[in-house]
Design a protein around this ligand. Sequence first.
Ligand SMILES: Nc1ncnc2c1ncn2[C@@H]1O[C@H](COP(=O)(O)OP(=O)(O)OP(=O)(O)O)[C@@H](O)[C@H]1O
Length: 252
Amino acid sequence: MLRVESLTKRFEGLVAVQDLNFEIIKGEILAIIGPNGAGKSTVFNLITGTLPPTSGNVFIHEQDITGLKPYKIASKGVARTFQTTSLFDQLRVIDNLMIAYKWRTRLGFWNTLLHTRTWKTDQAEAYKHSMETLEFLGLAEKSDQFVPVLSQEEQKRLAMGIALVSQPKILLLDEPTGGLIQEETDRITDLINKIRDHGTTVCIIEHKMQMIMGMADRIVVLNYGKKIAEGTPDHVKSDQAVITAYLGGEVK
Ligand SMILES: Nc1ncnc2c1ncn2[C@@H]1O[C@H](COP(=O)(O)OP(=O)(O)OP(=O)(O)O)[C@@H](O)[C@H]1O
């Protein structure tokens, strides 16, 4: 579904991603793991067009999307979340989603700004999709609340909703449970499984090994920008290079 081929990113003297090859297969949950600084977020930035690669290519459905602008790549059905949530604190929950929907769909920004003839229908459509997304996230009752009154877990859910509202084919999640306690992490895990069950392919970066080992179909392991292992959780867990990369500690 999505494939990276010989992907390399250099930042001056540093090689953040080196000659990387992997594929995200339709319907799976693929995890990308690795120690701090291994290059995981950079891979997401290269896939989504936030950063241009130094060399190598990204393909969606065999179409080369390397170097396209982020909005173009988003229009191919790729959405992402960020490590730190990027919500509008001054707006209500529903408005955050409606803005995201309008940005990512044909409704566009100008219709909203200029109140064109279609604005009213567009507004109704954006509202409908946003409410459906809130129901899916379990946040429907919070639609009129402002972002700062939401719990941290609810804010993480909303950030995922902002990526989901335009119904992407692939969702890239960058540490969706960062800063959450176990109970909250379990609920986000359930939500991610639900997203996959509804037909969205998921690629997730996470440090929480227990969570990843339980939910991922396959795992790609990076260290110093290179892929050192790839396979099922059981395969990766017992891989010597992976165990060594995690400071000789057990990959639990
Ligand atoms: N824009 C940038 N300019 C210069 N160096 C960068 C830039 N972005 C990332 N790096 C460097 O590239 C390397 C990989 O960073 P990246 O954030 O991709 O790692 P990561 O695996 O996501 O780490 P973490 O798990 O800590 O989030 C790091 O050494 C980082 O300092």
